[in-house]
Design a protein around this ligand. Structure first.
Ligand SMILES: Nc1nc2c(ncn2[C@@H]2O[C@H](COP(=O)(O)OP(=O)(O)OP(=O)(O)O)[C@@H](O)[C@H]2O)c(=O)[nH]1
Ligand SMILES: [Mg+2]
Length: 318
């Protein structure tokens, strides 16, 4: 994703300091003092405009992003809020461009160019400070999105289920990803991507935060990230069930979530029961990420889905 290359968003003070410094160096080149004041005003408004435009241009076009990334930005901050912040910065850039030449002209025509210059600097500072919070917010967005995992367009297993059932333990065992594993719910707070070599190719594995069986509007941003991964990224969803209920959630709720997921997505949903070293559940594949029992069977089942998807892909009309 192009997110990695978004540079740090400068603060209002940094933009002003750098722009004043650049303008001051241009001012020194002018012998005539009045001309120097005029040149300072012109250069400072141009520099502010350029720096603000650079901020806007460094962000991707959110409408053109793949649905998964757009959803994640929407879940974390709200797309409207991000667009509004970019809009604010755009307003300040336009202000500098529109008013800069006029203010420079006034400086030249004035009886007291140095006073007009100071007044202009104060106005420009005030405009840039008006979008100071937008700049800080955009930097916060930048710091998070540049670390979003890179998800590629290949056969993808999204591992989902209630919190604390062993999703990350499974991902650690079978893929290159090393998510944190802990004996409490919501250890995983975002999407984590790993891979596993399958012959000459790879299979992508996505670890997700736990999801509770509850109405969508009550779900937290952490849970909603898991749902968007299931909807937008999965070739197959592996729902892990903890029949031992050591995770802290009743089996009945876990199965309700499984059925909700089945109804929500068009891709295959494979249920697997984990922690078979503690409790076994008839009628499902049982595995234990602790002892390794059954993990091979789960991988074979996933490979069979992949094979089927390849066959269907080949069967598709061109
Ligand atoms: N006995 C036993 N414990 C397991 C097994 N798999 C995972 N655990 C334990 O279950 C707890 C939760 O494991 P995680 O892998 O962090 O579970 P998770 O589903 O990723 O949890 P969240 O990220 O919080 O949703 C940890 O204490 C693991 O050691 C298993 O097969 N058997
Ligand atoms: Mg986890």
């Amino acid at each position: 994703m192009e997110f990695e290359t978004i540079p740090t968003v400068p603060t209002a003070d940094e933009i002003l300091d750098r722009s004043f410094r650049r303008a001051a160096s241009k001012m020194k080149l002018k012998r005539n003092k009045d001309r120097a004041n005029e040149e300072f005003v012109r250069a400072v408004s141009q520099a502010i405009h350029d720096r603000l435009v650079r901020v806007i241009q460094s962000f991707p076009d959110f409408d053109a992003l793949p649905a998964f990334y757009r959803d994640i930005v929407d879940i974390l901050w709200g797309l409207d809020r991000v667009r509004k912040a970019l809009g604010g910065v755009g307003w300040a850039a336009r202000w500098a461009r529109t008013h800069g030449p006029g203010l420079a002209y006034q400086t030249r025509k004035s009886e007291n160019p140095s006073q007009i210059r100071k007044r202009t600097v104060a106005r420009l500072s005030s405009v840039v400070h008006q979008v100071g919070d937008d700049l800080l917010f955009l930097n916060e967005v930048r710091n998070v999105i540049r670390k979003l995992p890179h998800v590629s367009d290949e056969f993808t297993v999204v591992v989902a289920g209630y919190p604390n059932v062993g999703k990350s333990s499974f991902i650690r065992l079978v893929s290159t990803a090393t998510p944190e594993v802990a004996a409490y719910p919501f250890t995983t707070k975002g999407i984590i991507v790993g891979h596993r070599a399958v012959g000459k190719e790879r299979m992508q594995f996505i670890d997700t935060p736990g999801v509770l069986d509850r109405p969508t509007e009550e779900r937290s941003g952490i849970e909603r990230q898991a749902l968007t991964a299931m909807v937008n990224l999965a070739s197959v969803i592996l729902v892990i069930i903890d029949a031992s209920e050591h995770c802290g959630y009743p089996l009945e709720d876990q199965f309700r979530l499984l059925h909700e997921i089945e109804a929500m997505v068009p891709v295959p949903v494979q249920a697997v029961v984990n922690k078979s070293d503690i409790a076994y559940f008839d009628g499902y594949i049982n595995m234990s990420t602790e002892t390794g029992e059954g993990v091979g069977e789960v991988l074979e089942t996933l490979l069979a889905y992949r094979k089927r998807s390849e066959e269907q892909g080949q069967a598709k009309p061109c």
